[in-house]
Design a protein around this ligand. Structure first.
Ligand SMILES: [Zn+2]
Length: 247
């Protein structure tokens, strides 16, 4: 009986290498877990070696505040367990949002490095950032962009998507709108295009031409003309036609 119980313990140890807090040695990293969350497909996995190099983190401690150390340890650690996520009293719930912002700000810097650009290129070719909705761009892959480089806690700078062909900016998918534009920055798509010029072939100069019954509209008659052309109005006392003219 005692021997059987011992075997049970042995088998349990072999199956589960959990530590006290429930994390396991072969669990995915926090970074992999974060990037696989729903709507997080815009993020690439930042190389932990990049995060461990203090030179790359200049100024972030001041921007993040007192939870910086804990957030950094979380980012470089393993994925949270289901047990931790399900229990709101767990410490991770106090740090998770700070870790998210810290990771986003590191991410914005990382994707401007040679390695980060390569990581994003793979996602670009897999069309993970979506494709241009403009008809004449023929589903050209989009790139994430921020309209500002400063993180906004009130989410007024959501990530947008840039098309290299029409050079227009489009709103992100509905689920991504809570992701801050500062996590991608204002420089990324333009540095990407300069680094990989083959991703943006000849500018798409095809412009849609509005027509009325097959004829091009004259510039002055365009819908954007400041004063619309009006039909001449009949004077108040004008007769309806020359036939009922008095006299
Ligand atoms: Zn386009």
């Amino acid at each position: 009986m005692a021997r059987e119980a011992g075997m049970e313990v042995e088998r349990y140890d072999a199956l589960d290498s959990s530590s006290e807090d429930g994390s396991s040695l072969d669990e995915p990293s926090w970074i992999s877990w974060f990037c696989l969350l729903r709507h997080h497909e815009l993020f690439c996995e930042v190389d932990p070696a990049y995060i461990q190099d203090r030179f790359n983190l200049n100024g972030l401690k001041e921007e993040i505040g007192p939870l910086y150390g804990e957030a950094m340890a979380m980012i470089l650690g393993t994925a949270p367990t289901e047990r931790q996520l399900a229990d709101p009293s767990q410490r991770i719930h106090k740090v998770l949002n700070t870790a998210r912002v810290l990771y986003g700000l590191i991410h914005a810097r990382y994707i401007l490095t040679a390695q980060g650009l390569q990581d994003m290129k793979a996602k670009y070719h897999a069309r993970e950032f979506g494709q241009c909705p403009r008809t004449f761009c023929h589903k050209h892959p989009l790139l994430p962009v921020g309209l500002g480089d400063q993180y906004s806690p009130v989410s007024d700078n959501p990530v947008q998507r840039f098309c290299q062909l029409c050079e227009e900016v489009y709103e992100a998918e509905t689920g991504n709108t809570y992701i801050d534009g500062a996590f991608f920055g204002t420089t990324f798509p333009h540095l990407f295009t300069q680094s990989f010029p083959d991703t943006a072939p000849a500018k798409n100069s095809f412009k849609y031409v509005p027509r009325l019954f097959g004829f091009k509209l004259h510039a002055s008659a365009s819908a954007r003309a400041p004063s619309p052309v009006e039909w001449p109005k009949r004077q108040k006392n004008d007769p309806d036609s020359e036939f009922d003219s008095p006299g």
